[in-house]
Design a protein around this ligand. Structure first.
Ligand code: GAF
Length: 382
């Protein structure tokens, strides 16, 4: 059964009536630009065809019930819990966080019954939580007829995650889920929030983006993410700039920093921003294959300077490259998750099989893979 049907059927089973509508928001892969978003830098994600679907209907009082197919449970909360960050925890905290962020900004959020189904792999670094936030936000905005410009929505969803759930993420994932367009990568300036839709029709170039879910367990991902973010903020303060985005003279900046770890963190962010700009230039010129070395350089920088990769991720990248990929890198926050590789479309399966064989040889859990096409952003689908 399709994801929308599962959400609609789940709604009917949970609440004994039909939903008023269905809303969907995608997960994402990030083509390039990792850990640059919270440094006011540049990112280039695209939306996946994999989506979270929310079936929803308004109710007359300020309370919310949410059924989740994946969690196989219904969670109910009222205004008091929604208005108290952190009070609703686990998966439903992302939903309560969206209600909270909207209410605290003065929006008249309608009470609602919601049912959630998804085919975005959870815990794989493909932004299943941003997809959930974005789908719920889009549904509540429509149900309540809230005047909520699309350009303001990612920051609201991010705030739900930062201040209700307590995860200090940047704005990339929610922007991709809400603002992406099919067939395009989303070039986002995370300081100005200016966007440009960059045509990214890999199939037309005979290419494919192979995504390998390494199945590596996220090891201390939350704490490590927060500590990387802190190090970047400390470095910016030491350098006297608002954010690492503002470092123009990398060598000069490195010479001013007190220790090697901080120097490497800064070098990653500054060089990664430049790689995003270079990738965008190549894509604008239709030179898709040529972005490969930038992807691979991004991976080396994440591995050696930002230190956010794990052996499963490094093996997938090196194996894909040996098997003929034009470029490969980890995508997402790190410490596990997914790798993407730019390959000739006809070679996709062969490269994926090479990674699977290398994993078997090392005794790693078998990876899961798919070829990703840029999908649409959040929308009402029924
Ligand atoms: C996670 C975060 F949620 C994003 O904001 C971003 O920082 C990313 O890691 C790393 O680029 O997905």
């Amino acid at each position: 059964m399709s994801v929308p049907s599962r959400a609609a059927d789940g709604f009917s089973a949970a609440y004994g009536t039909d939903p008023a509508g269905l809303w969907a928001a995608p997960g994402r892969v990030n083509l390039i630009g990792e850990h640059t978003d919270y440094n006011d830098g540049f990112v280039l994600p695209f939306a996946l065809p994999h989506r979270v679907v929310v079936a929803a209907a308004p109710v007359p009082e300020p309370r919310w019930r949410v059924w989740s197919e994946q969690a196989a449970e219904t969670v109910e909360f009222g205004a008091a819990e929604a208005d108290d960050p952190g009070r609703v925890d686990g998966w439903a905290g992302y939903v309560a966080g969206v209600v909270w962020t909207l209410r605290s900004k003065g929006y008249e959020v309608p009470g609602a019954d919601l049912a959630v189904a998804s085919d975005v792999p959870a815990g794989a670094g493909l932004s299943s939580s941003a997809a959930l936030e974005s789908a719920v936000l889009t549904a509540l905005a429509d149900l309540g007829d809230l005047s909520l410009p699309v350009e303001d929505r990612p920051a609201l969803a991010q705030r739900a995650e930062n201040d209700y759930v307590g995860m200090p993420c940047g704005i990339m994932d929610q922007s991709a889920s809400i603002r992406a367009e099919a067939g395009h990568a989303l070039f986002l300036d995370c300081r100005t929030l200016a966007i440009e839709q960059i045509p990214f029709d890999v199939a037309a170039s005979g290419l494919a983006v192979l995504v390998v879910d390494t199945q590596a367990p996220h090891r201390h991902a939350g704490g490590e993410y927060a500590s990387r973010r802190r190090a970047c903020e400390e470095a910016a303060a030491l350098l006297g700039v608002p954010a690492l985005r503002d470092v123009d003279d990398l060598e000069g900046a490195l010479a001013k920093l007190p220790d090697d770890v901080m120097r490497r963190r800064v070098r990653h962010v500054v060089t990664e921003n430049q790689r995003v700009l270079d990738t965008v230039d190549l894509l604008r010129a239709g030179r898709v294959r040529e972005i490969g070395p930038l992807l691979t350089a991004s991976h080396a920088s994440m591995r050696d300077d930002f230190e956010i990769t794990v052996p499963e991720v490094d093996l997938a990248v090196s194996t894909a490259l040996t098997a003929g990929a034009y470029g490969a890198r980890m995508t997402g926050g790190g410490f596990g998750g997914c790798v993407l590789a730019l390959v000739d479309a006809a070679e996709t399966e062969r490269v994926a099989a090479a990674v699977a064989a290398a994993y078997a040889e090392r005794g790693f859990t078998a990876p899961v893979w798919f070829a990703a096409r840029p999908g649409a952003g959040a929308e009402r689908i029924e």
